[in-house]
Design a protein. Structure first.
Length: 124
């Protein structure tokens, strides 16, 4: 097995913190002022409530988000980026800029069809 260098370890650390489909999107929306659960749910197309809750908890555990519970009736919760979370915004911005450029150039991502289930793949 190949030995990992510091760059690879650093990249893996970053991906552990903000990797996946939803974390950068959530961070982007919170950085733009959307910080309540229901508003995030409405603004992030395609996410379900369970996944949003799971990702918010993960970002909070990682120290990227702060969760503030207000003692009101009904209860109100707001999410904000911590200094660590704000330090990751240039990464999220770079991802956004790269994606916009690719969309403008209409780069087509090839879709590789999946093998039908219950069918053995060739071994060559």
């Amino acid at each position: 097995m190949a030995k990992q260098n510091n760059d690879t370890q650093a990249l893996e650390y970053c991906m552990d913190m903000i990797g996946g489909k939803w974390k950068p999107v959530i961070m982007y929306h919170i950085s733009k002022g959307t910080n309540r659960f229901n508003k995030l749910f409405v603004e992030i197309e395609g996410i379900n409530r369970q996944m949003l809750s799971k990702q918010l908890k993960s970002l909070e555990r990682s120290g990227i988000l702060d969760r503030t519970l207000f003692g009101e009736i009904p209860p109100r919760v707001e999410y904000t980026l911590t200094p660590l979370g704000k330090s990751l915004l240039p990464v999220v911005k770079a991802m956004t800029t790269w994606g916009q450029k690719q969309m403008e150039e209409k780069v087509v991502v090839p879709v590789i069809p999946e093998a039908p289930k219950n069918q053995q793949l060739p071994l060559f």
